[in-house]
Design a protein around this ligand. Sequence first.
Ligand code: DUC
Ligand code: ZN
Ligand code: ZN
Length: 498
Amino acid sequence: MAAPSGASESVSNLDLKIQNGTVANSAETFSADVGVRDGRIVAIGTELGDADRVIDATGKYVLPGGIEAHCHIEQESSSGLMTSDDYYSGSVSAAFGGNTCIVPFAAQHRGQSLKEVLETYHGRAGPKSVVDYSFHLIISDPTDAVLHEELPRAIEEGITSFKIYMTYDRLIVDDSQMLDILSVAKKNGALTMIHAENNAMIKWMSGKLVDSGHGAPKYHALSHPRTAESEAINRAIELAGFLDAPILIVHVSTEAGARIIAKARYDGRKVFGETCPQYMFLNAEQMDLPGMHGAKLCCSPPLRDRASQEEIWRCLQNGTFQVYSSDHAPYRFDDTGKLHAGPKPDFPQIANGLPGIEMRLPLLFSEGFMKGRITLNHFVALAATNVSKIYGLDHCKGSITEGKDADIAIWDPAISREVKAEDMHDNMEYTPYEGMQITGWPTTVVQRGKVIIDDNELHADRGAGEFVPRRRIDCTGMPGRLAPELDPEKNFGVDLEL
Ligand code: DUC
Ligand code: ZN
Ligand code: ZN
């Protein structure tokens, strides 16, 4: 296919030109050169003019830089445990994996103001991140001040999404708090991300398992029943649907949960779905390891079985999931992380989460695109474009388009390599994907026109990444409707001003 219309043929004085590559966006693939000036893409076409630096991308794919929109970096858990990556190691690892933007969480613990939380996270990310970044807030304490003053202010500042939890004692919000948060989000044009698992089922199962002597790591998988996920997803969708508020169900691990999302979308509800590589490439059988080693694979929701892996793949292929994120939540296999509660804790005391920010895209490129499960355009959609649209970044990121930031990853499909923890750039000593043989790798990564990764070397300074204020959620094309009891045309004219 030829370059899109409007392609420039004679733009010169470029800072950077990437030539002879195959360019792909989420809806088109074409042969063209890409010209960059002052950090932006200024020309896409053939026979572009001079450039200070020329990169030859013959035989390679020139794709938008990945946007990793679900990762936990330099974040304290609700019990005070810090992730093993700070904004430097986390962002460097992201960059080596083909990403140019990350959206980690800024977590509110109970009693904290959002102002204090955001100041803390700006202070952590600003001096260290090598890629551009934003934050999703985590809301665990929706006081009146948080709901009516701080959240609207944060949204105004470009933090247009936040996560809430339906489980975890120190984070959980109840149904009525969820309604409060959802209505503020709707009113202010923000997106609520939901960790959907039924708290009571998990606590009940965990208690039964531990009391009967089944405290080993592998039993973590049983302690979060599939139905705990589907019950909570259903409830979240009903609560949000009542208000016609947009939501995104994060890290979906079951087909039952995916089906509820698919049906809600079919019904016109404003619902998005996300899954993660661990639910496509790993399963709970792999947790049956000697000693505590199964702890390395404890995450929530947990790994499921082999059949589930196939089902999750299918739901990614058929578009039920628009978002594919790593949920990078790195805890080392020692007393600073997984084993913080002692050398042999029962599974409820094991830190939850897996590393994967560097492997998210290479796994999908290799096992998805190279093996013919998804097209190259679908790969781009999942790597960057979909999240740029959903999370309000598409005014500057998410595609190779004139005027947008020159955030580009050049992928070499001829590279074949074995995944090894020692090759990762995070601050972890293991990767769950150890030993996998994959094809394709992002060899060059460009952030706002500057080459930050080339030939397996980092060329970015600490703090080179910039905070990106995000736009409000755009629900165009998602019809939705208020519940009749809230609709003044149907409820005797009562306007609750939601
Ligand atoms: N939820 C996440 O989103 N990440 C890690 C653990 C968890 O419960
Ligand atoms: Zn979660
Ligand atoms: Zn997470």
